[in-house]
Design a protein around this ligand. Structure first.
Ligand SMILES: NC(=O)c1ccc[n+]([C@@H]2O[C@H](COP(=O)([O-])OP(=O)(O)OC[C@H]3O[C@@H](n4cnc5c(N)ncnc54)[C@H](O)[C@@H]3O)[C@@H](O)[C@H]2O)c1
Length: 354
């Protein structure tokens, strides 16, 4: 079987991580890379173990007939521009999260993907973090019983600098609860196995980036918040986000509580614990991730497994794991949570047409 020829659009932190992981995967090669920034493009070419064609505009890459599949890793606000052109090629696409920054755009993409039957995966790679995948498998096997409560805590460092500082403003990212928390909202739907009906939230910008100025403007991105969702099946889930907590034992702690057990996932240490209600015993499992995979990015080995799943769907060997609809619904939860915090009220998901 010939290697799948992959085109990378946007070669910053995530574009580089995609290249490093495709390098490790059988059956794929980097065929072309597009980025407006010469330094990022040069670094991407260096990382690629092929003689990939490079361009400064994504239109040139999209006109390359030799490519079998596309990866989109430009800034959030830019996904929709690339997607409109990329979808018209009919080629399989892996698009970074959040799918887009507005619900009008995510809905348009979802409809076009369904209409044209495009193989389309959204980069919700938390599902593929090895310890989280183990936690999800235990829930799906029924080891936890029906999950009634899901608690997700992320206590971490501030947003990293990005090329041209695009992530400092809500207009570019969609807002913190869309930009990064779409990962957690996607996990809530998956682990609880139900759809959200309403949300309460309190969030804001209390510490970070307040002394920074870009073209005369101070960043407006939130750095902390509490978000609580109620789900159709009666379960509830909570996100506790703090982005000025560099000194945390675990940057992410997830706990699913069901009628049989409590399962926790601790990251980045890749630990899963299983607490039994009947005996009160707690088993601890260290999930091993090979160094080579851990070192190919910043996401505990998730990108390797995510991209492996994408290649399987491109070859028709498996269904797409994270669909355009999943991407749309995760953005909708972020938009609803931001509305709830901004307007200081409970927001019903029907207000967003869901
Ligand atoms: N899956 C995850 O966990 C995860 C983690 C980080 C970022 N992301 C997402 O990945 C995407 C990229 O983020 P990043 O951290 O790599 O940002 P980045 O700033 O490091 O990289 C973005 C790249 O896109 C390039 N670019 C901008 N406009 C372009 C255009 N018109 N044509 C071609 N290239 C263009 C920039 O020059 C830059 O090199 C974002 O959507 C972000 O939310 C996902």
């Amino acid at each position: 079987m010939n290697d799948l020829n992959i085109g990378i659009i946007g070669a910053g932190l995530m574009g580089h991580e995609h290249i490093q992981n495709f390098n490790l995967l059988d059956g794929a090669r980097i065929g072309a890379i597009a980025d407006t920034n010469a330094a990022m493009l040069a670094k991407a070419l260096e990382l690629s173990d092929t003689d990939a064609r490079t361009s400064h505009d994504y239109e040139t890459l999209l006109s390359d007939d030799s490519l079998d599949a596309l990866v989109i890793a430009t800034p959030n606000f830019h996904h929709i521009d690339v997607l409109r052109a990329a979808l018209s090629t009919g080629k399989p696409i892996l698009c970074e999260k959040p799918l887009c920054t507005t619900l009008a755009d995510t809905a348009q993409v979802m409809q076009q993907v369904a209409r044209d039957k495009v193989t389309f995966q959204v980069g919700m790679e938390y599902r593929f973090k090895p310890a989280l995948a183990e936690m999800i498998a235990r829930v799906e096997r029924g080891d936890v019983g029906g999950v009634q409560m899901l608690s997700i805590r992320e206590h971490r460092f501030p947003f990293l600098p990005k090329v041209d500082d695009w992530n400092r403003f809500n207009a570019n990212t969609g807002g913190t609860l869309v930009e990064k928390c779409c990962h957690f909202f996607d996990l809530m739907r998956l682990i609880i196995g139900s759809e959200p009906v309403s949300v309460m939230a309190s969030a804001g910008q209390n510490v970070n980036h307040l002394n920074e100025i870009y073209d005369g403007a101070t960043p407006d991105i939130w750095d902390n918040g509490y978000v609580i969702f109620d789900f159709e099946n009666g379960a509830r889930a909570m996100l506790d986000l703090c982005m000025f907590a560099e000194g945390s034992r675990h940057s992410e702690e997830l706990a699913a509580m069901g009628d049989k057990a409590k399962v926790e996932c601790l990251l980045p240490q890749n630990i899963v614990t299983h607490g039994h209600r009947d005996t009160w015993a707690v088993d601890k499992t260290d999930i091993h991730v090979p160094e080579e995979i851990l070192n190919a990015g910043y996401h505990s080995g998730a990108t390797y497994h995510q991209n492996m799943a994408f290649l399987a769907s491109v070859r028709g060997e498996a269904d797409v794991v994270v669909t355009a609809e999943d991407g749309h619904r995760a953005v909708a939860m972020g938009v609803a949570a931001q509305m709830a915090a901004r307007e200081k009220r409970r927001v019903d998901m029907t207000e967003l047409g869901l």
